[in-house]
Design a protein around this ligand. Structure first.
Ligand SMILES: [Zn+2]
Ligand SMILES: [Zn+2]
Length: 266
């Protein structure tokens, strides 16, 4: 699996503009060069800074439609600036949130919009996505946040758990029934090592370390799964050296903007 972390911050970071300079943009990842996983208001600059070829993108998948993960103008810009000979870009977002996607006729010809709900399974360019309910509050009635269980074309399994806190029991039972354990996990670590009030809908390091152990104990993740921590709030990044060391000591990789992980290269 190839995953490029385009943005690894929670919603409290300021926009750094063209160069991230050791800061963090809002969360977004590129999978295998073709799937953009979350696309927020800072993602265009990340695409430019990290040299993403938008003509290789086929789908944009939004785990949950909060403003830091879901920005219609940026998604529309990508769709319009891709080569006109390519098929339209496909956007997958929570069913209720599709009502907020208002497109000009020109944009509607270059961007197809698909809604999904927790429990749904859908395919994108050889990837399979299964959405499971997350413990993360959305303010617009009817909109729901999901974690995503992703199977790549090479049959690798990734659990994408932004944003959210402890798994709802219904999500846990879904994962327990899956036949193949996860090879990779991307956890929400908004709170860093802080015991912060936000952990009622986000995580800190102790929580993701515990959940990783439970996943491994029950065969939901492989014993040698590669585990990333992302979506870190600025407030938790005071002493970065210390944070990096603490995350590493827990056997977890701290995602930072521009980090490329490629299992074929490792
Ligand atoms: Zn967020
Ligand atoms: Zn959120």
């Amino acid at each position: 699996m190839r995953i490029l972390f385009l943005g690894t911050g929670a919603a409290d970071w300021e926009d750094p503009g063209k160069h991230v300079n050791g800061g963090r943009r809002f969360t977004s990842q590129l999978l295998e060069e073709s799937i953009l996983l979350d696309c927020g208001p800072m993602t265009w600059e990340a695409i430019e800074e990290f040299g993403v070829d938008i003509n290789k993108l086929t789908d944009v998948v939004i785990g949950h439609p909060h403003r830091d993960h879901f920005d219609v103008p940026v998604i529309t810009r990508i769709a319009l600036e891709r080569d006109k000979s390519l098929p339209p870009l496909r956007l997958h977002v929570n069913q209720k949130a599709t009502e907020r996607v208002k497109l000009s006729p020109e944009a509607a010809a270059r961007l197809e919009v698909f809604g999904f709900a927790p429990g749904d399974v859908f395919e994108c360019n050889g990837f399979k996505f299964e959405a499971v309910l997350s413990n993360h509050l959305l303010e617009i009635a009817g909109e729901l946040a999901t974690f995503l269980c992703i199977t790549t074309p090479a049959n690798e399994h990734l659990f994408y758990a932004l944003d959210g806190s402890w798994l709802p029991k219904e999500a846990w039972w879904k994962l327990r029934k899956m036949e193949t354990p996860f090879d990779y996990i991307v956890w929400d670590m908004t709170c860093g090592t802080l015991d912060d009030w936000r952990l009622f809908e986000h995580c800190n390091l102790n929580m993701i370390a515990t959940m990783t152990r439970v996943f491994k104990n029950y065969g939901v993740a492989r014993k040698d799964a590669v585990v990333f921590a992302s979506h870190v709030m600025k407030e938790a990044c005071g002493d970065m050296e210390r944070l990096r060391a603490d995350v590493k000591a827990a056997g977890i990789v701290l995602a930072e903007d521009g980090l490329l992980y490629d299992s074929n290269a490792n």
